[in-house]
Design a protein around this ligand. Structure first.
Ligand code: HEM
Length: 498
């Protein structure tokens, strides 16, 4: 195309524009309604922002490639994991959770670790975090959890009472709280953190056998965290620090990479494991289920347009390919609804037709129309029909699995086992790490009401006496009272600290 023609400025419908500096006015400056170009320009500008993600609003991403290094066909028939040497295009988006789109990316928060693989069989999304566990184990608590961690509805300020009130009334959060308030809660940047699928998925093989699986992504850059002081200073100087670090390293050709590993559990092992393996507040012990290497992904291409390729990216844990399925992990069950639902609201009905969300493999179904539809020229829009052949893939469904029990709002009681992993985690920290953890907790918890401080401190004490004692001392709490509260059950403790 002739360059001068290519750069001739036009209206969005293609008509040429005589100039772009002056509105069409009367001599005294009144603008005419017939300046539809001005109207189009302002109206488009007015709609440039789309709703930000309800969580994980602040994020960055890059494109890359996954290469399979180990054959997983013993466990799954997913082609991406069965043909050694196979390369699959992918996209990663890293994010903070609670802050808005313009918040600082050095804030204390888990980091989102969302991966999109454009496989031969459609899109596989693994939408994880940089922590192997989560705060809650039932999706019904998710909106409350997020409300408590985001801004106060009255004054739009951070509400420490709400944050710690919810956490202290949700003892199963303690494992994740212990990670979050260590320096792992303020990673140096996205390149220097591991990723975890956290939820439990199912893999099934060509023989119809199925296995439960957890995903791990180990950073080849190593782990690097900020201390609280560093995070605060760096975030003040540049709230986009982690995004810039990712972008510039890729721009320089210093491509970050992660090794993918999995833990595999058989259905038989799941029945007798020492705790509920589908509980997202706990990790499966690596001595029980060692990490098995699968492959490696490398991020090697920055987006050409952030809005198109990152802001509009839509990840969903329900996007799975044949060979992979969900499990009875309740959080995953809830998440499988939530993501596409919010994306229909955030991006529109046809969000899967935005280029970054489109599979590289063929798409064929009879879903038509809706906002921003780009219908095919297929004259048939219903099934069954006798006009054209339609094929189905029998292995796209998981093998039948037994289902047991009764339908009920099954209560998961807080048990002593819930305090084992946070206690182990605390004891595994060295002296300096423990010191940072205690001071990071106190810097935040001191802003909550005393009764909430007591309730939360009792949980630390229950996990490990030294852990609870040090937080209590730091907040000048009465240790005997903390110890008393730690022995109560949840309802008693909640009542005593009402
Ligand atoms: C029941 C619990 C959960 C619900 C209901 C939920 C819901 C959501 C929603 C609505 C979004 C916004 C999606 C969008 O606008 O595109 C989101 C984003 C995200 N969630 Fe969750 N979430 C849950 C738990 C989790 C857990 C356990 C993890 C990690 C292990 C996680 C990781 C992420 C990530 C990484 C994103 C950002 C994806 C991106 O980069 O676009 N979420 N979540």
């Amino acid at each position: 195309m002739d360059i001068s023609k290519k750069n001739t400025m036009t209206r969005t419908f293609g008509g040429d524009i005589s100039q772009d500096n002056f509105s069409l006015t009367s001599s005294d400056g009144r603008i005419l309604l017939q300046d539809t170009y001005l109207i189009e320009k302002l109206a488009h500008f007015n709609r440039e922002r789309i709703p930000e993600r309800v969580v994980h609003a602040k994020g960055w991403g890059a494109h890359g490639e996954f290469i399979l290094t180990h054959d997983m066909s013993k466990y799954t028939l997913a082609k991406i994991f069965t043909c050694v040497g196979k390369k699959t295009e992918m996209l990663a988006r890293f994010s903070t959770v609670a802050g808005g789109r313009e918040s600082s990316d050095t804030a204390r928060d888990p980091r989102g670790f969302a991966l999109k693989f454009y496989t031969d069989d459609g899109i596989l999304d693994i939408v994880g975090n940089n922590t192997p566990v989560f705060f809650i184990r039932d999706p019904i608590k998710f909106p409350d959890f997020i409300h408590s961690q985001k801004k106060n509805p009255v004054n739009n300020l951070i509400d420490y009472n709400a944050q710690w009130d919810f956490l202290s009334l949700t003892p199963e959060s303690l494992n994740q709280v212990t990670i979050l308030f260590s320096d792992q809660g303020t990673p140096y940047g996205f390149r220097f953190m591991d990723g975890f699928g956290t939820d439990t998925f199912t893999w099934y093989n060509a023989k119809g056998e199925y296995f439960f699986v957890k995903y791990h992504f180990i950073s080849e850059q190593g782990l690097k965290n900020f201390t609280a002081e560093e995070a605060e200073r760096v975030g003040g100087e540049n709230p986009d620090f982690s995004g810039k670090d990712l972008f510039t390293s890729i721009e320089k050709g210093d491509f970050p990479s992660w090794v993918m590993k999995v833990q595999i559990m058989t259905p038989e092992q799941a029945k007798t494991y020492r705790f509920d393996p589908f509980d997202t507040t706990k990790t499966w012990y690596e001595e029980d289920f060692p990490l098995i290497e699968v492959g490696k992904f490398t991020l090697n291409r920055n987006p050409k347009n952030f809005f198109n390729e990152i802001e509009q990216a839509a990840f969903c844990p329900a996007n799975m390919v044949p060979g992979i399925g969900p499990s009875q992990d309740k959080m995953l069950q809830g998440r499988m609804f939530a993501y596409s639902d919010t994306q229909r609201h955030r991006l529109g009905t046809n969000f899967q037709r935005i280029v970054v969300n489109m599979p590289k493999s063929p798409v064929f179904n009879y879903q038509v129309d809706g906002h921003l539809a780009n219908n095919t020229d297929n004259p048939i829009n219903y099934f069954p029909n006798s006009m054209q052949p339609v094929y189905f893939n029998p292995v796209s469904e998981e093998p039948p699995q037994p289902i047991i029990g009764v339908i009920d709002r099954h209560i998961v009681e807080i048990k002593d086992i819930d305090f084992v992993q946070p206690g182990d985690r605390y004891r595994a920290f060295n002296d300096e790490e423990k010191e940072h953890l205690i001071s990071n907790i106190c810097a935040s918890l001191k802003n909550a009401e005393k009764r909430i401080q007591y309730r939360q401190c009792a949980l630390f004490y229950k996990a490990d006496k030294d852990y609870g004692t040090r937080v209590a001392n730091c907040l000048s709490l009465n240790l005997a009272q903390v110890a008393r509260l730690s022995k109560m059950n949840d309802a008693e403790r909640a009542y005593a600290t009402r």
